[in-house]
Design a protein around this ligand. Structure first.
Ligand SMILES: [Zn+2]
Length: 182
């Protein structure tokens, strides 16, 4: 398994971050991360403000990215950086009642970069580059969320049903209140 390292500058990550990254890595098969040296957890201040990163001819503001993939070179194996503060943003406490929310958010960064790794090592049938990384991100996120949080899915279905049912009634009440207000 790829090693998890931390390199933060003037930043204390929330406690759930490391556990979440470990869970996300455990959902991957060894082939997915073969040849990957490490996952470095970092923050936008540590990667530097204003510097840009060139990906396929486009420049990206380094500190607005959620992560970076560093391909293997002759001297070192491939490694991934996850920019924790940009990825999780300010999370309301209520959303931390379940690990599903942090896992989902961090998966967006980690699995996208793992996607670049798979694109570079295994390759994909048709797409390459950003599109391939995005395909992998969606696929791996779905696998992880289904495996770990299957019990939340019926709840989501019920909530969607209730919202559909109550939606028109709530809209009517709002309209009525507006009319009364003038
Ligand atoms: Zn990318």
């Amino acid at each position: 398994m790829a090693e998890i390292a931390e390199n933060y500058k003037d930043y204390e990550p929330p406690e759930f971050v490391r556990g979440s990254i470990e869970r996300l890595l455990r959902s991957l098969s060894p082939e997915h991360i073969a040849g990957l040296e490490s996952i470095v957890l970092t923050n936008s201040a540590a990667v530097g403000r204003g510097k840009t990163h060139r990906i396929r001819g486009r420049k990206y503001q380094r500190n607005t990215c959620r992560g970076f993939y560093h391909c293997a070179t002759q001297r070192e194996r491939a490694w991934i950086e996850v920019i924790v503060d940009t990825t999780i943003g300010p999370l309301p406490r209520a959303l931390l009642l379940t690990n599903a929310v942090p896992d989902f958010l961090l998966a967006q960064a980690l699995y996208h970069e793992v996607g670049h790794h798979l694109d570079a090592t295994v390759g994909s049938a048709s797409r390459t580059g950003e599109a391939a990384a995005e395909d992998w991100r969606r696929r791996l996120t779905k696998i992880h969320m289904r495996r770990r949080y299957w019990y939340l899915f019926p709840l989501l279905v019920v909530l969607r049903f209730i919202f559909r049912l109550l939606g028109p009634a709530i809209d009517r009440q709002i309209d009525e209140a507006k009319r009364k207000a003038g």
